[in-house]
Design a protein around this ligand. Structure first.
Ligand SMILES: Nc1ncnc2c1ncn2[C@@H]1O[C@H](COP(=O)(O)OP(=O)(O)O)[C@@H](O)[C@H]1O
Ligand SMILES: [Mg+2]
Length: 274
């Protein structure tokens, strides 16, 4: 077995990347029983903080910065809950561009493929690896895209266009052409993050015209409960009858549907490629 590596992309902030990474990884581990790893590549460390709360972990003493410095990520793993592990980020990781320049001067290709190299031994230990990235075109996103088999692109349904998704796809093509990236689009995920907002139907139908059935049928709408997981961690509460809390249930269900669709797309891609 070798893990599938997924990056959740869009070069903007606040579009739902971290939410998607944390929820999909949780569903992958808890509902699907897959050995799952999240690699937090964002120095803001939002995914790290959400997952730490999810596992009731108060201090994390392993991190990606040390892993990159020592050339080994295998001893920087923090277990969160059964089947779900994390490689945590910290603010020091903002030095990544400097680190890469110092380690591989004048070698662009090595600079952008360092994460790919470091993930190689981890692929054997997991079924799925999710990468969370900061919202910029940068060494962070380049390394994540070069290390990934699949990307999930966030489509902002409240913008008046789907330029965000297009920019991402164009940049992905640039990495394929110039550095031999090998990733496929496994889903374009419509997200709508504003409370009381409406899904822009026009953007959605335009996107379906342009990207065909890469656009997922599931739409992630605004849910207070999903927002609350930032502060409280992800959980599935029980009510007095022993049944699942309906708001947790609803929050989890949407990402279960996303994961099911992604699984199907992945199979279709594998068949295409033989
Ligand atoms: N479906 C949702 N419903 C409610 N709030 C959401 C939803 N998705 C994301 N958010 C909130 O929106 C903010 C930005 O989301 P986040 O995933 O951190 O974006 P990004 O990683 O792209 O910067 C966060 O406060 C997050 O809790
Ligand atoms: Mg984020």
């Amino acid at each position: 077995m070798s893990a599938d590596v997924f990056v959740v992309g869009n070069f903007k902030g606040g579009v739902g990347k971290t939410k998607t990474v944390t929820m999909l990884s949780y569903i992958s581990a808890v509902n699907k029983h897959r050995r799952t790893l999240v690699v937090d590549l964002d120095p803001q460390a939002n995914a790290t903080s959400i997952l730490a709360k999810t596992g009731n972990i108060t201090d994390i003493n392993k991190n990606i910065t040390d892993g990159f410095t020592n050339g080994d990520l295998t001893n920087q793993i923090t277990p969160i809950i059964p089947n779900l592990d994390l490689i945590a980020s910290n603010t020091q990781f903002s030095r990544l561009p400097k680190m890469l320049l110092q380690s591989f001067p004048d070698d662009d290709k090595r600079q952008v493929t360092y994460l790919r190299q470091l993930l190689e031994p981890l692929r054997e230990q997991y079924d799925a690896i999710y990468l969370d990235v900061p919202p910029t075109i940068s060494d962070f996103s380049d390394n994540a895209m070069m290390a990934s088999d699949y990307c999930i692109i966030i489509l902002q349904t409240q913008e008046l266009s789907f330029d965000g998704a297009k920019t991402y796809i164009n940049y992905m093509q640039y990495l394929i052409d110039n550095y031999g990236a090998k990733l496929d689009i496994v889903g374009i995920l419509p997200c709508m993050l504003r409370a009381g907002g409406r899904v822009d139907k026009k953007v959605l139908s335009d996107a379906r015209q342009e990207f065909g059935n890469n656009v997922l049928n599931t739409i992630v709408t605004y849910q207070e409960r999903l927002k609350a997981y930032d502060a409280e961690g992800i959980s599935m509460g029980k009510i007095y009858t022993g049944q699942n809390d309906q708001w947790d249930q609803r929050a989890h269900k949407v990402f279960e549907n996303v994961l099911d669709e992604i699984d199907l797309h992945k199979l279709a891609l594998q068949e295409e490629e033989g």
